[in-house]
Write a protein that binds this ligand. Structure first.
Ligand SMILES: O=C(O)CCC(=O)C(=O)O
Ligand SMILES: [Fe+2]
Length: 200
């Protein structure tokens, strides 16, 4: 029995991929405890990227944790992974139980408030397992998440609640972009964890 999700998990995408929204998978209290724990104990760094040939540093903070000290390249910069913390391992288990998949790495994003977001992209880096599952856990402020079909530009929108899980898999990264738009309505932090599989 699943106390937190009485709904059937259906595919949010009408075609070309699979995105499952599970809703909250932990209580609000647990989510708030994990949020505080991660704010205090993750080694947050401002993200660096190369966009149109320019080296930029984002306001949003990031961290990357994994089974081993893999290196991982995205936005044209290379990052070195840190080893899992106890809280991250707990969250990884919860997520793996829901998605029935295993992950070996996690990219964390910290959005201090609604001014910070993430632009259109696909998570199709060559290090990631092709068509693998990416499990996105949200803690803190509820934010809107958008998907856009690369061919016909169809938009799909979903609100990511505190403690909720969203899974992207199949050909989603090939055929769809996604983004987290900035918003004036939010002035509290949100942490997003995307569990991924590197290699294979
Ligand atoms: O914050 C989010 O919900 C999205 C994060 C994301 O797309 C990513 O880390 O690749
Ligand atoms: Fe992404």
């Amino acid at each position: 029995m699943d106390l937190f999700n009485p709904f059937v998990n259906h595919n949010l995408l009408p075609k070309d991929g699979e995105v499952i929204y599970y809703g909250p998978i932990i209580s609000i209290q647990q989510a708030n405890n994990f949020l505080q724990q991660l704010l205090d104990n993750i080694q947050w760094k401002n993200d660096e990227a190369v966009i149109f040939g320019k080296h930029i540093i984002t306001k949003r903070k990031v961290a990357w944790y994994a089974d081993a000290n893999f290196s991982y390249t995205y936005s044209k910069t290379t990052k070195q992974a840190l080893l899992w913390t106890k809280s991250l391992l707990e969250l990884k288990s919860l997520v793996e139980e829901k998605t029935k998949t295993t992950y070996n790495s996690c990219l964390l994003n910290l959005y201090h408030n609604g001014d910070e977001g993430m632009g259109w992209h696909s998570d199709d880096e060559k290090e990631l397992t092709k068509n693998g599952s990416i499990a996105s856990l949200s803690l803190g402020a509820e934010r809107k998440f958008l998907l856009k079909n690369k061919t016909d530009k169809q938009l799909i929108s979903v609100f990511l609640e505190n403690g909720s899980l969203l899974e992207m898999k199949g050909t989603t990264q090939t055929n769809w972009l996604h983004r987290l738009p900035p918003t004036k309505k939010v002035n509290t932090p949100r942490i997003n964890l995307t569990f991924r599989k590197i290699g294979g």
